[in-house]
Design a protein around this ligand. Structure first.
Ligand code: NI
Length: 158
C-alpha cells in the first residue's frame, strides 16, 4: 500500500462528503476508527472516536475527523495493548505504542486543531494514522505470537 497524499483543501465539499461516507462505513462495520485508504481513497484523512469506558479515564472521545494529521511523540515510553482492525477482520494482536502524543490536524472547516492524547486514545490515533503510511498494526508488533483470531483469544464459549 502506498503512502497517502495530503488533502490540498480540507474545507472542500468533496472532502466533507468523503468524511460522511467514512462515518457511515465505520458505523456499519462497526468500528471505532477508519482511514481513507481503507476505503480505497489514498488521501490523508482519518476518523475515530473512543467509546465511553474504553479509555483509562472512561470518558471516551467524540467522533473526530483528522485531515493531514501530524503526530508528535511526547513520551516515547511504550505500552502494549490489544488492537484490531477493519482491514484484518476478526483478528487481534498486542501492539506496543508510545502512550503520550500530540496531534495536529485540519478539520472540515480548514481550521488547525491541536491537542494531546494519552493511553487508549493515543493508541487509536496512532493506529489510524499508520494506515496513511500503509502500515497495519501487525507491522508494529514485537511478539507475533499474540496475533490471532478473536475466537481463539477469548475461547469458544460465547
Ligand atoms: Ni485499522
Amino acid at each position: 500500500m502506498r503512502v497517502a497524499d495530503p488533502i490540498e483543501d480540507p474545507s472542500a465539499p468533496e472532502v466533507r462528503r468523503l468524511a460522511l461516507d467514512m462515518i457511515d462505513t465505520m458505523r456499519d462495520a462497526p468500528g471505532i476508527g477508519l482511514a481513507a485508504p481503507q476505503v480505497h481513497i489514498p488521501l490523508r484523512m482519518v476518523i475515530y472516536y473512543v467509546p465511553e469506558g474504553r479509555d483509562e479515564e472512561g470518558e471516551g472521545h467524540p467522533l473526530t475527523i483528522l485531515i493531514n494529521p501530524e503526530i508528535t511523540v511526547l513520551d516515547p515510553a511504550l505500552e502494549t495493548g490489544a488492537e484490531g482492525c477493519l482491514s484484518l477482520p476478526g483478528m487481534v494482536g498486542s501492539v506496543p505504542r508510545p502512550q503520550h502524543i500530540a496531534v495536529k490536524a485540519f478539520d472540515l472547516d480548514g481550521q488547525v486543531q491541536e491537542y494531546e492524547a494519552m493511553g487508549y486514545h493515543a493508541r487509536v490515533i496512532q493506529h489510524e494514522c499508520d494506515h496513511l503510511d500503509g502500515i497495519i498494526y501487525p507491522m508494529r508488533m514485537t511478539d507475533l505470537s499474540s496475533l490471532g483470531y478473536v475466537e481463539e483469544m477469548t475461547g469458544h464459549d460465547e
